[in-house]
Write a protein that binds this ligand. Sequence first.
Ligand code: A2P
Length: 357
Amino acid sequence: MEESALSNRVSVAILGATGAVGTELIELLDERDFPLSELKLLASPRSAGKTIDFRGETLTIEAVSAESFKNVDLVLASAGGSTSQKWARVATEAGAVVIDNSSAFRMDSDVPLVVPEVNPEAASDRPKGIIANPNCTTILMAMAVWPLHRIEPVERIVVSTYQSASGAGAKAMAELLEQTKAILNQANPPTESFPYPLAFNLFPHNSPLNDLGYCQEEMKMINETRKIFDEPELRLSATCVRVPVLRAHSEAINLEFKSPISVDRAREILTAAPGVKLIEDWQANYFPMPIDASGQDDVLVGRIRQDLSHPCGLELWLCGDQIRKGAALNAVQIAELLLQENRQNLSQTATTSKSAI
Ligand code: A2P
């Protein structure tokens, strides 16, 4: 992103603008008053010509092509790994910075993997002009674990996820609704997005398995957390499960700290953590739920309790909107970091030229 281009307003392209995350990106740019000079909406040829209303204007969706990135400063990509593989370099060669929501570049050592509340500084070192947005379950876990870990180091993390249909995109959400209706009507449910019916069911995450028996989603949580925390040896294990929830993921996290930490201390730390909201009503047995997390920016954390099996262990529960903080919001926050960085560069340039005079 050229400094001059970013001085005031930014030309942004959303690749995957018709998807679940793309739709949320459009909403967030508006909601957060992102300083746009232009917004381009890109998708597959299937969507070309459709229109979306944005800030009082009717924007037409274009089929992505090499021409699409001309004069674009920033690309927010959320159209799947193969689409990012195909277009990210084209966009950076045209001069744009790409914030990519797919897994295509996350483990590339020349591509920073950023959660702004955890490692904002990583965003400024981007030799390929690409910044990767982490996996959704990884972002949500990092939001709750990092504030604790930076004060009271964690030795080991064991996480189980309860992942909603939204993680597989807009089509999977629609399919869950269709399946539910079909089963209630004693008809055969359509199952295209997932290998098995999700309505009234659950199954281990359907991403490919490795030789050790871990699925890709679980390995993403392990490898990406290590990269974001900059701790390649961090011990963690994950079990990822798809559940018949429309939107917002949940996670049960067991943390083993290097030394004992009280539940009250953990609560105090998490209460002060940005982007985290503590929800605990022990009398009412009320804790975070996906329906409360849906559409929210904050990751909801609660049910913090001592692990009865370990003196240095804590258990906690969280829910977070996978489409928002787990994807679109995190990407827009990274874009805001770039704006900030650019403003700082511009003011430094102004100061230097003043002192030179
Ligand atoms: P389209 O709607 O035209 O298929 P989701 O994650 O909700 O499934 O959304 C995926 C997004 O990625 C959609 O906007 C989809 O556009 C877009 N997409 C999928 N394949 C391509 C492609 N080959 N080129 C550009 N955009 C794509």
